[in-house]
Design a protein around this ligand. Structure first.
Ligand code: BT5
Length: 271
């Protein structure tokens, strides 16, 4: 993309290269002081043939996005990154990548700050019940099919946003930042940790499927045994979160006593 070349910030790229210390995820870096959305750039680079592990990083985004066209507030002080992946596992397994990335990001935050974030299935990172980070997984349209047959994906972009030194007045009142939670944190080092851990858990998932990820996720998932409401599509369900199944679906024991597994959805804790 022409704009990509024009806006690249080589100084940022050098700092990130140092912090990544040779991580295979992030071996190719495109860094920007300000972009629309790192997702857009990553999709464009992937369509141009960028290799797996290409990292697109920004210090600010003007059009940061969440799931279902929601806005991801992306002021200065956060880290905003997208990684290009080219998995050949079945497209039906793609939602698991959100949990693979959540695990990597939670561990990276803990390693960099000593804080212990919880993962709110399927894609939120919380500190003290407030959102400190979010994950967005988008697949290229080329593999979206009307057929139910599993197909290899041509590329997937994993986006991660984390509020580091972000001022609380610049983000929703349901949000927090690492600094507000009492931690000091270097954003470049945190990026390096995220990339290294994502590479390692992604390799594990790729080779052995979701089961080892499920085991590693257990201590980070704060939901089990709690009353929850799950909004899935146009419907809402209430019950007790009871498990994460072997495909990464959230199992909720509904008020009727019947367990139901959710592949996607929004979870609210009821207390
Ligand atoms: C997410 O969506 O949590 C996924 C966020 C992914 C952001 C990254 S940043 C790098 C890459 N480039 C992008 O453009 N996006 C990705 P979702 O579950 O839909 O949550 C969105 C909701 O989180 C919003 O509706 C707000 O309520 C809340 N929110 C918005 N900005 C926030 C922030 N900075 N911190 C915490 N919560 C926020």
């Amino acid at each position: 993309m022409a704009t990509d070349t024009a806006l690249r910030d080589r100084r940022l790229e050098q700092r990130l290269t140092q912090a990544l210390g040779g991580s295979a995820f992030g071996r190719t870096i495109r860094a920007f002081e300000r972009v629309g959305s790192t997702m857009e750039l990553a999709h464009a680079l992937a369509a141009d043939g960028a290799p797996e592990g290409t990292l697109v990083w920004a210090a600010r985004q003007d059009q940061g996005r969440g799931r279902q066209s929601r806005t991801w507030e992306s002021p200065k002080g956060g880290i905003y990154l997208s990684l290009i992946l080219r998995p050949t596992r079945p497209a039906t397994e793609m939602p698991q990548l959100s949990l693979v990335a959540g695990l990597a990001a939670a561990e990276a935050i803990q390693e960099s700050t000593g804080l212990f974030p919880s993962i709110r299935w399927p894609n939120d990172l919380l500190l003290n019940g407030q959102k400190v980070g979010g994950i967005l997984v988008e697949a290229s349209s080329s593999f979206i099919s009307t057929s139910h047959a599993p197909r290899p994906m041509s590329h997937v972009v994993v986006g991660i946003g984390i509020n580091v030194t972000t001022r609380l007045k610049d983000i929703p009142n349901t949000a927090t930042s690492l600094v507000a939670a009492g931690a000091e944190c270097d954003p470049y080092r945190l990026t390096g940790e995220v990339c290294r851990r994502l590479k390692s858990w992604y390799d594990e998932w790729y080779a052995n499927g979701f089961v080892p990820i499920r085991t590693a996720l257990r201590p980070w998932l704060g939901l089990f045994g709690q009353p929850v409401r799950v909004a899935a599509g146009s419907k809402e369900f209430e019950g007790t979160a009871s498990d994460l199944d072997e495909a990464g679906r959230l199992v909720v024991r509904l008020e009727s006593g019947v367990p139901r597994a959710f592949e996607m959805g929004e979870v609210t804790l009821l207390r």
